[in-house]
Write a protein that binds this ligand. Sequence first.
Ligand SMILES: Cc1cc2nc3c(=O)[nH]c(=O)nc-3n(C[C@H](O)[C@H](O)[C@H](O)COP(=O)(O)O)c2cc1C
Length: 216
Amino acid sequence: MDLLKAMEERRSSRAFLDKPVDRETLEKLFRLATQAPSAINLQPWEITVVSGEEKNRLSRLLVKRMKEMNVSCGPGANRPLPEYYVERERGLLNVMLPGLPENVSFQDFINEGSCNFYGAPSAIIITIDEVFSSIRLTDIGIVVGYLVLAAHGLGLGSCPIGLITAFDDDIKEELSIAEEKQVVIGMAIGYRDPDAPINKPRSERVSLEDVVKWRD
Ligand SMILES: Cc1cc2nc3c(=O)[nH]c(=O)nc-3n(C[C@H](O)[C@H](O)[C@H](O)COP(=O)(O)O)c2cc1C
């Protein structure tokens, strides 16, 4: 698939077909995604792939912990957001609302869906060694960008899941990930359900003038 087309087309998937992704396809995905650039070629990303019964166990644990701890998806801000960011959040809510299942609030759908990796057959947990400072999170962001595009190119759907970082210790214990690793982000991976209403809406983007400044 043409890269530019993939960049235009890709959107997060929040409903998946009940069809596992085979090992060969997943390996291809990671081979492509790990071509991402990284500072000094450190490749600081560490990827744990969770499928099958282990993925179901992890989902159950995360949903339980989310309810116990009353964790909710949020902007990760230190202060109240300026209005133009609130407007972007509102925009996402408005495009997603028509696709939500009946009698489920947006927040409940996102919170429970995120902990359940939206029912995808595979979940990815990306960690980084605590030896690195937060500057290296840029490298993780880049590999996430490569992952979602490579997934799209391979005919897969994906959704980055930041919410699960609230359960760093639980995830590490469940998946036997070493204590000195930090969970940076998760991702749902599977075959996108093309008929699911929640997969229909396309999130919008602000105009270029709002994010690009030119100095000549
Ligand atoms: C770092 C990061 C964390 C995210 N965390 C979540 C999450 O926890 N739950 C979720 O449903 N979507 C999550 N998303 C997906 C965003 O909501 C989505 O990318 C955004 O609304 C733009 O929509 P699009 O991906 O369909 O283009 C996350 C995306 C990124 C990049």
